[in-house]
Design a protein around this ligand. Structure first.
Ligand SMILES: Cc1cc2nc3c(=O)[nH]c(=O)nc-3n(C[C@H](O)[C@H](O)[C@H](O)COP(=O)(O)OP(=O)(O)OC[C@H]3O[C@@H](n4cnc5c(N)ncnc54)[C@H](O)[C@@H]3O)c2cc1C
Length: 375
């Protein structure tokens, strides 16, 4: 077992190159505090703020701002790696562009510790946007809410985040947090965030989006233009997972990612599936990047029934996602549990290539053995 807890130092803030070099055990919430205090911005913003940057790099974490800013991979300039035989290697660096041979840095990002141990990371930073505004948009149906997303994307307004949520999940969050969400009357909601340097600039983005939402049947537009209002909405959004967890005896998650244009179809499929399987399924997620969080809930099922239904449910969902050109994991990675579904989703040449890559980096398979790849 490797523990990076004490590798938690900021090593260099290079303001001329807009980079931050740090050790892998620094927590995501420590990075945002450190850089924002100095007027800089590190955009990747996955829900788990106490994750380490080493873990974020190794799972290519995305998060709420991925629609506009991209994911961890887009912000890693360089890595120091320790290979399975102990060799220390620097890949990438501070250069903005690199066309020098195979990109080993990008290969290690998202490899879940199966290719090398990351011991130092150089991140790209941006100037901190000065203002942000969130829009909470209630819709009569989830299909209308999600159907609006491709139109928003097509309008080129580029919100930082587009999340969808259903009333049921909001009610769970209200009960869990013991406080009211700004609205809980509609069946479904889109939550959007826009950022920029002035309120005028941001208004120029969201005015058009607001009109698109109204044209698609939105029943209202709730604008959160102060930090306090915006924080209260996003804190509730961050509590969805814990709220769902507290409403059942056990659960498991599917974190598939499908093209944005298929989110509606996939969510409809899940709604049908919960009746077919006879268990509750809750769903919310990043509508802006097609990354869904689908939670299958055990409730009062016996252990045997639960495992049987879970397996059937997972198989069906991954098979369906594949027909939509989706991928097995948009977030948590493959690890051990999702290996069969990854194998199912890839063709033989891709699997072979992945095996060769694993063998080249780690011939004795000592790094995170049995994870991701297929022996
Ligand atoms: C509540 C919650 C919300 C989340 N929301 C999002 C989201 O919105 N978007 C998103 O993309 N993800 C999300 N995630 C996934 C999250 O980003 C990852 O779980 C996280 O990045 C893992 O970081 P960690 O420090 O917990 O790593 P760990 O769980 O400890 O490790 C993750 C993997 O990386 C490997 N690893 C860790 N450090 C290193 C290192 N230094 N070198 C090599 N390998 C290493 C580990 O071996 C393991 O395979 C969420 C997770 C949770 C629990």
């Amino acid at each position: 077992m490797l523990d990076t807890t004490l590798m938690n130092h900021f090593l260099e803030l290079d303001e001329k190159n807009l980079t931050l070099t740090l050790e892998p055990g620094v927590l995501l919430m420590e990075i945002s505090a450190y850089v924002e205090e100095r007027g800089f911005f590190y955009p990747p913003d996955p829900g788990e703020k106490s994750a380490t940057i080493g873990g974020n790099v190794s799972t290519n974490a995305g998060g709420m701002r991925a629609v506009k800013y991209g994911v961890t991979r887009d912000y890693v300039r360089g890595l120091e790696l320790v290979l399975a035989d102990g060799t220390i290697l620097e890949v990438g660096g501070k250069v903005v562009k690199n066309s020098s041979g195979y990109d080993l840095k990008d290969m290690v990002i998202g490899s879940e510790g199966t290719l090398a141990v990351v011991t130092k990371i150089t991140l790209k930073l941006l100037p901190l946007p000065q203002k942000n505004v969130s829009l909470l948009v209630p819709f009569p149906t989830l299909a209308q809410a999600i159907g609006t997303v491709p139109l928003i994307v097509k309008s080129k307004a580029i919100p930082t985040a587009i999340e969808f949520m259903e009333r049921e999940v909001i009610m769970d969050a209200e009960e869990y947090l013991g406080r009211k969400f700004p609205d809980n009357q509609a069946d479904a909601y889109l939550l959007l965030k826009f950022d920029g340097n002035t309120m005028e600039e941001i208004a120029s983005y969201y005015d058009g989006v607001a009109q698109i939402c109204l044209d698609q049947g939105a029943v209202d537009l709730l604008i959160a233009d102060t930090d306090e209002r915006s924080d209260s909405i996003w804190k509730a959004r961050s509590a969805f997972l814990e709220a769902i967890k507290s409403s059942t005896s056990a659960m498991d998650e599917v974190d598939v990612v499908v093209p944005r244009s298929h989110v509606n179809e996939f969510v409809e499929y899940i709604h049908g599936l919960q009746h077919e399987l006879g268990l509750r399924i809750k769903c919310f997620g990043h509508a802006g990047d097609g990354n869904l969080h689908v939670y299958l809930l055990k409730d009062n099922l016996s252990d045997d029934d639960w495992h049987r239904v879970l397996e059937t449910g997972m198989e069906k969902m991954y098979a369906r996602a594949k027909t939509m050109d989706g991928q097995v994991s948009g977030e948590h990675g493959i690890g051990l549990a999702k290996r069969p579904y990854l194998k199912e989703s890839l063709d033989a040449p891709t699997i072979r290539l992945m095996q060769h890559i694993k063998d080249a980096f780690d011939p004795n398979h000592i790094l995170n053995p049995h994870k991701v790849c297929f022996e």
